[in-house]
Design a protein around this ligand. Structure first.
Ligand code: KPL
Length: 299
């Protein structure tokens, strides 16, 4: 299958590299990472170690095939604009936060699949990404139900050796992943710890409180997400990605804007809309927004 990964950060590079073991993959991102990956191959370190040859570049190729979107949530509109003139068969969002699929579907006249990914990834240096935890890719129709396209994409991921589930309940899965990210990302970014630290008492209390609130908001919007499912998912992902530096901690470490608006901010906004209190998510949001403001990363 022809697959273009749009967004060559940690996760995009890992997923692109794993898919390139079997498919014709183009990795679109920034230099020096893409030129190093094109010239010397993309190296995956840690679990699943390998070096793959792929087409890595800064611009969108004429023939995209399946576009796998791995950019930060706040760059989704820019990604859709960049892809709008290209020859695309379908799109799959593997991003954090909710609402990315709708943004893509509004701007691109192709089928858009929803997806989540819990593989741990760390971009160590140009041309090298480390897999810090084997996770799962879950994908499917963005409004739920079955779709032959989702089965085809699922088969393509499985053929390349990725752990993949094709799900018919994507809205619930997206909320479950939102609970995991609401719990793990902001807590690890603020405490500057690896995900595994959340398996111990203090971090766990904050992370699971944020996940509990997210489940309550999800239920208020009509999604059947029990609190126990959200808490267990958060604890399971913290344990399976124990050695991982969460994407938000990587952003804070590197002085970049975070995805707090699309994660904890989304929970707070939906909580306000549906009358659900979200004090933990609100506090996490305020702390991260204060940090971003102090760095001149937001107005
Ligand atoms: O999605 C992640 C992230 O860091 O953004 C998890 C799964 C929590 C892995 O760190």
């Amino acid at each position: 299958m022809r697959i273009t990964i749009f967004g060559a950060g940690s996760l995009g590079s890992l997923v692109g590299g794993l898919l390139a073991r079997e498919h014709d993959v183009v990795l679109v991102g920034r230099d020096p990472h893409v030129s190093r990956s094109r010239d010397s191959g993309l190296t995956i370190d840690g679990e699943l170690a390998t070096t793959v040859q792929l087409d890595a570049r800064r611009d969108v190729p004429d023939r995209v095939g399946l576009a796998v979107i791995c950019v930060k949530a706040f760059d989704t509109t820019t990604a859709a604009e960049a892809l709008s003139g290209a020859d695309i068969d379908a799109c799959l969002s593997l991003q954090n936060g909710l609402g990315n699929e709708a943004t893509l579907a509004d701007q691109l006249a192709v089928p858009v699949l929803a997806g989540t990914c819990t593989y741990g990834a760390l971009l160590e240096s140009p041309g090298t990404v480390t897999c810090t935890g084997r996770g799962t890719v879950v994908l499917g129709a963005r409004d739920g139900g079955s779709l032959p396209l989702a089965d085809r994409v699922g088969d393509a991921f499985a053929t390349a050796g990725l752990d993949v589930t094709v799900a018919e309940d994507m809205p619930r899965r997206l909320w479950e992943k939102l609970a995991v990210n609401a719990g793990i990302n902001a807590t690890t970014a603020l405490a500057r710890v690896d995900n595994g630290v959340l398996c111990s008492d203090d971090g766990n209390a904050v992370a699971t409180a944020a996940a509990r609130e997210t489940a309550a908001v999800a239920r208020a919007t009509g999604i059947d997400l029990p609190t126990s499912t959200a808490v267990e998912a958060t604890e399971r992902v913290a344990a399976t990605t124990a050695a991982n530096v969460s994407s938000m901690r990587q952003d804070v470490r590197d002085g970049r804007r975070t995805e707090v608006d699309a994660i904890n901010g989304y929970v707070v906004d939906k909580g306000n809309e549906f009358g659900v209190e979200t004090p933990t998510n609100r506090t996490l949001c305020r702390l991260l927004r204060a940090w971003e403001r102090g760095r001149g990363l937001r107005p």
